[in-house]
Write a protein that binds this ligand. Structure first.
Ligand code: G3P
Ligand code: MG
Length: 246
């Protein structure tokens, strides 16, 4: 039987791509205003073990602070400005905990792809903590998020604490044994850089009863090529360009 993922075809990258400060509530709201019903986000741990949204290991690019995010407690992180770097309109926008994002996602019945983006050295622990937190936040819900990670150890951690939450292996290259690796991790999806996802690769993934998704597609010609190749989902920044219907 073909396994399905709890994700629609179109997924908004980091909330609303580059139109709002990535991984903040402002971005998810903007993506939703463009009709998106599924979102990708990047999650790591604060020093005191709170899962929160941030792409980089350091705070430098996307907040008002400097240095490693993993060296600060959530009480401190939650007071930073994570919007002013983007534009004045978003100044003061805070970082977001996974708990706050869950409230927004569940209230709206949206779907969520949680990319586990561990601070280096914290791969297993981050997956394990995020898994536990998702089971707490989504308790009693019929539809769960989907985990993904470039780090197999993070997926192992998530599987240890939340085996029932579907997993996808992220790939930025087709390294030797990638399909076996995804299967050994019990993944239901492979999510690759879109340049890698030709028809033969999609067929191999489907042949292993997994879904084939791609990131980060912002170009119409690429969308046509990927659809013709049979991909099952697209993560995009271009929420103002691609209608998520169909
Ligand atoms: O999850 C897909 C995509 O977000 C992976 O790359 O660097 O944008 O997190 P990155
Ligand atoms: Mg990501």
């Amino acid at each position: 039987m073909k396994r399905t993922l709890p994700l629609p075809f179109w997924i908004a990258h980091r909330g609303a791509g580059k139109l709002a400060p990535e991984n903040t509530l402002a971005a998810f709201r903007l993506g939703a205003q463009h009709g998106y019903r599924a979102f990708e986000c990047d999650v790591k741990l604060s020093r005191d073990g709170v899962p929160f949204l941030l792409h980089d290991s350091t705070l430098n690019r996307t907040t008002s602070a400097r240095g490693r995010a993993a060296e600060r407690d959530w009480s401190e992180l939650s007071r930073l400005d994570a919007g002013g770097w983007h534009s004045r309109a978003f100044a003061g926008e805070p970082l977001m905990s996974l708990e706050a994002l869950a409230a927004f996602i569940l209230a709206n019945r949206f779907a969520l792809n949680i990319e586990i983006k561990p601070t280096p050295g914290q791969e297993f622990e981050t997956g394990e903590v995020v898994g536990r937190e998702v089971l707490r936040l989504w308790a009693g819900q019929t539809s769960l998020p989907v985990f993904s990670s470039f780090q197999p150890e993070a997926l192992r951690g998530a599987r240890a604490s939340a085996p029932e939450v579907p997993r996808g292996l992220l790939l930025d290259g087709l390294r030797a044994g990638w399909l076996d690796e995804a299967q050994a991790l019990g993944c239901q999806a492979v999510i690759s850089n879109y340049n890698l996802m030709d028809a033969a690769t999609v067929a191999r993934i489907h042949g292993a009863d997994m879904r084939a998704l791609v990131y980060t597609v912002n170009d119409e010609a690429a969308v046509r090529w990927l659809r013709a190749n049979g991909v099952d989902g697209i993560i995009t920044d271009a929420v103002d360009k691609f209608s998520p219907v169909g």
